[in-house]
Each structure stands twice: as structure tokens, then as C-alpha cells.
Design a protein around this ligand. Structure first.
Ligand code: GLN
Length: 492
């Protein structure tokens, strides 16, 4: 076997191949580095020159791509923004540190919407990312670079963040797996903040096993992030093949009844519901009565938190500094030059929503809606194991088609935002194609149900039989993994 063949491996298969000695960490890194450095999707903002010294650990020698907004010591970390031009943090995010301790190697930083605000990756100071399935279309956002890099086989896997859907929606649009864990499962220390009560890191991977493997090494309780609690039980590698006895709730508000969900996306979703039934699950339509207000509440709360978080960028301490005749003009000119239009829009919206006289009418009311939505989920999980929906209402759309219409762009998050507001974990798995493009199937469960969600996702993934390597093969990639030898430590 050559290292070039090994890029067709899932990360879990690579772990086993490395452990067996079928291939070396250096060879694997070099094969991915060559692909990442030569890519044409604009998925990477920075690619490592050489593999740093690898720590001994269960993922020893497996490269990982990291969304630009994770601070990585000495390595550019700009969160897709011009205002952080040239910023190389003096410290590393806990999640990245955890992965380094597990033995992974930083392959590169991935492109994203500026400060993770967007659903198409068109709001990046580094320019848009192209979808590997169709280069005229967006990969989704805000973690478009991470998702495109995984789908195109430029990295075995990637980590990203999800505030209102930024892991799940690009996973759906690129035909890969993406998971947002329970709020608090993962430390936010060293993540460049967008909306702190919603931001959560998670994995983007080729399959569900890899999602479990990567997430398991990300989770920790971190004294440097007081909202981090870790998980009560360790993440296991999923092995379920059936869904016997599993009760699935299909919320009317987030599926057939909802406006704007494309018929092809609904068909793919319904096909997977039938697969779930064949595997033994029971289905019932149900209601999440406040979910349809999720988007309105989110687009008050997230900008409000962002306006506070982004007040620190003033041209004095980090990144870009524009000339100004006095201190105030230095601030205003730096912010004028450094922030893109979507970020400016959110800062203004958020500042307005928090201003005295409007605080109760906007921010206070949005908080109440958030509580109602959390209660809806709480009640749903008394009757159902999981709530399932299409991940995104549409397949990948054309570059430039929604970027000047913020409302159309925000509607992409319709099915993912409610879980973010409720803080519950949710995964998106590839769900077959509509118009030749990937769609996603979302499974949400109660807080801390990561293992159960991963098991259900694994059972469905096996039955759906989606060939995620298709985007790869279009990019000239090997489409079938080479023969595997004796099982390695993960038994793969
Ligand atoms: N698309 C949503 C937004 O623009 C979600 C972004 C995210 O999850 N980071 O806010």
C-alpha cells in the first residue's frame, strides 16, 4: 500500500493502518499535505509546512484540519476576518490541545465565514470556498472550509464550531457527517467567540465512527471555561445496526409542513424515515410548538452576544490597525476596514437589541422564546428518544445567489437553530442525493445523549449506504479504500 492510497481511509482505518505499521505517520502527513497545499476549493487558509513533533496517543500520527477560529499557538488564527490579519495567538485552544495530546498532527487551518457568521462561507476575508460536488455552489457555512476539505479528501477529518448550525448545515451540503455536542461538553477556551451561550465545537468526518472517535478526544471539563462540564460517560465507538424500540418524533414545524423545504430534500428525508422503520424504529409526527420562532430569537440573541464579544477588536491589541489622527478615529477606521458587511450588520443589530429602551422588547423576549423552545424539546424527549428533521431546507445553492439577501441566507438555519437554542446535541448524516447533490438527516437527542445519537446514526448510516467518497473521486481521488489487513486496535 502507498500513502497515496491511504487518503481513501477513514481516520479510524488510518489509526489501525498506522498501528499495524502498514504506513508511517510521516508518509500519511506528506500525502495529505500535498493534497491540502495543492487544493483548488479555497478550503484551507494555512497549511503546515511539515509535521510537528507528534505526541504519543491513541490517534498518533493522524492529521487534523482545524477551523480558523481555534487559536493555535504561533499559527495564523483569524476567524476568517481581516481585523485579525497577521494574528498568531500565544496559546492553543483546549480542544486542539486535547487532540494534540491524543497524538493528532495539525495539518492546516480551514476557511470559514468571518467570525462564523454565515451559512455559505461567502463572508470570509479569504474569499469563498467551493463545494467539491459542484464548484459553482457553496459548501454551506460557517464551517465551509472544514466540510469541503473532508468531503474532498484533503484531510481525514476536521474540527469546527456550531452556533446555529455551522457544523451540521455544511456537513449536509457536502455529504459528510457533522455533530454538535451538548452545550458544555467541549471547552470553548481559545475559540474566537461569536455568541458564547451557543458556540460549541464538534467534529466533521467521513463517517459516524470517525465522528465518535474525534469527539471522544475533544470532550473535557476545562477550568479555563466555566461553562464546560464534559460528558458524564465517555464516548464509545458506535456499533448499533438496528433501531428496535427507538421512538422517533418528526416535528411538523421542521419538516413537511414548513415552508421552504425543497421537495427533493423532503423526499430524501422521507426515504430515510422508511429505512429507520425497517430497522425497527417507530415514527410519529409531533409538534415543537415554538420551534418556528427559533430563527427570529436566534437572530436577536446571537448578534447581541456578538456585539459584546466583538467590542474587543479596536486596532490596539491584535490584528489590523488602520491609521487615525486620534484614538477614536483609529478605532473607527480599523473597524471600518477590518470587519466585513455581515459582521457590521450583526454588530449594529445586536447593539440595537441590547440598547436601553429596546432591551426588554427584543433581547428579553428572545430569551423567553429560547426557554420555550428548550421546554418543547424537554417535553418531546419524554415521549421520544430522538427528534429527526432534514438538516438544511435546500441542497447546496449557487455561489452569489443569496449573499445579498440576508433573510434568504438566514433561512438555511431553520432546522438547526432550535437545537442550538435548546443546547441539545444533534448530528447530521448523509442522506442520499437530491438533484445529484447531498442532503442531510438530522438526529437530535436530549442533553448528554451523544452515545445514543451516534449509535442511531451508525445504524442508519449502514442501512442508507451512502458513498461519501463520491466527491473525492470527482477530484481525482481513489474511491475505494484499499484491502485491509488484520484488525488493528480499533478492530477495523
Ligand atoms: N448560519 C448561522 C449564522 O450565520 C449559524 C452560524 C454558526 O453556527 N456559527 O449565525
Amino acid at each position: 500500500m502507498t500513502a497515496t492510497d491511504a487518503v481513501a481511509f477513514t481516520a479510524a482505518q488510518a489509526v489501525d493502518a498506522l498501528a499495524r505499521g502498514d504506513l508511517s505517520a510521516g508518509e500519511l502527513f506528506a500525502a495529505y499535505r500535498e493534497r491540502a497545499a495543492g487544493e483548488e476549493l479555497n478550503a484551507f487558509t494555512w497549511v503546515a509546512e511539515e509535521a510537528p513533533a507528534v505526541q504519543d496517543g491513541p490517534l498518533k500520527g493522524v492529521p487534523v484540519a482545524v477551523k480558523d477560529l481555534f487559536c493555535t499557538r504561533g499559527v495564523p488564527s483569524q476567524s476568517g476576518s481581516r481585523i485579525l490579519e497577521g494574528y498568531r495567538p500565544p496559546y492553543t485552544a483546549t480542544v486542539v490541545e486535547n487532540l494534540e495530546r491524543a497524538g493528532t498532527t495539525l495539518l492546516g487551518k480551514t476557511n470559514q465565514d468571518e467570525f462564523a457568521m454565515g451559512s455559505s462561507n461567502e463572508n470570509s476575508a479569504f474569499g469563498p470556498v467551493l463545494n467539491p460536488w459542484d464548484r459553482g455552489r457553496v459548501p454551506g457555512g460557517s464551517s465551509g472550509g472544514s466540510a469541503a476539505a473532508v468531503a474532498a479528501g484533503l484531510t481525514p477529518w476536521a474540527i469546527a464550531t456550531d452556533t446555529g448550525g455551522s457544523i451540521r448545515q455544511p456537513a449536509a451540503l457536502c455529504g459528510i457527517v457533522g455533530m454538535k455536542p451538548t452545550y458544555g461538553a467541549v471547552s470553548r477556551y481559545g475559540m474566537i467567540a461569536f455568541a458564547s451561550s451557543l458556540d460549541q465545537a464538534g467534529p466533521l468526518t467521513r463517517d459516524v465512527t470517525d465522528a465518535a472517535l474525534l469527539l471522544g478526544h475533544m470532550v473535557s471539563r476545562d477550568p479555563r471555561d466555566s461553562t464546560s462540564i464534559g460528558l458524564p460517560e465517555a464516548i464509545r465507538l458506535p456499533d448499533a445496526r438496528r433501531l428496535d424500540g427507538i421512538r422517533l418524533g418528526v416535528p411538523e414545524e421542521l419538516s413537511g409542513e414548513a415552508e421552504g423545504i425543497e421537495p427533493g430534500v423532503m423526499e430524501a428525508f422521507e426515504a430515510t424515515l422508511r429505512v429507520a422503520q425497517e430497522l425497527g424504529a417507530s415514527l410519529e409526527t409531533m409538534r415543537l410548538p415554538h420551534a418556528e420562532h427559533g430563527l427570529s430569537a436566534y437572530y436577536v440573541l446571537a448578534p447581541a452576544e456578538a456585539s459584546s464579544n466583538l467590542a474587543r477588536y479596536d486596532g490596539v491589541r491584535y490584528g489590523l490597525r488602520s491609521d487615525g489622527s486620534d484614538l477614536v478615529s483609529l478605532y473607527t477606521q480599523t473597524r471600518h476596514d477590518g470587519f466585513g458587511p455581515e459582521v457590521k450588520r450583526r454588530i449594529m443589530l445586536g447593539t440595537y437589541a441590547l440598547s436601553s429602551g429596546y432591551y426588554d422588547a427584543y433581547y428579553g423576549r428572545a430569551q423567553k422564546v429560547r426557554t420555550k423552545i428548550a421546554q418543547d424539546f424537554h417535553e418531546a424527549f419524554e415521549r421520544f428518544d430522538f427528534v429527526v428533521t432534514p438538516t438544511a431546507p435546500t441542497v447546496a445553492f449557487g455561489l452569489g445567489t443569496k449573499v445579498h439577501d440576508p433573510l434568504a441566507m438566514y433561512l438555511n438555519d431553520y432546522c438547526t437553530v432550535p437545537m442550538s437554542l435548546a443546547g441539545t446535541p444533534a448530528i447530521s448524516i448523509p442522506n442520499g442525493l437530491s438533484e445529484g447533490l447531498p442532503t442531510g438527516f438530522q438526529i437530535a437527542g436530549p442533553a448528554f445523549s451523544e452515545n445514543a445519537i451516534l449509535d442511531a446514526a451508525h445504524a442508519l448510516e449502514g442501512a442508507i449506504g451512502f458513498d461519501g467518497s463520491r466527491a473525492f473521486s470527482r477530484g481525482g481521488m481513489p474511491s475505494t479504500p484499499p484491502e485491509r489487513g488484520a484488525p488493528g486496535p480499533l478492530g477495523l
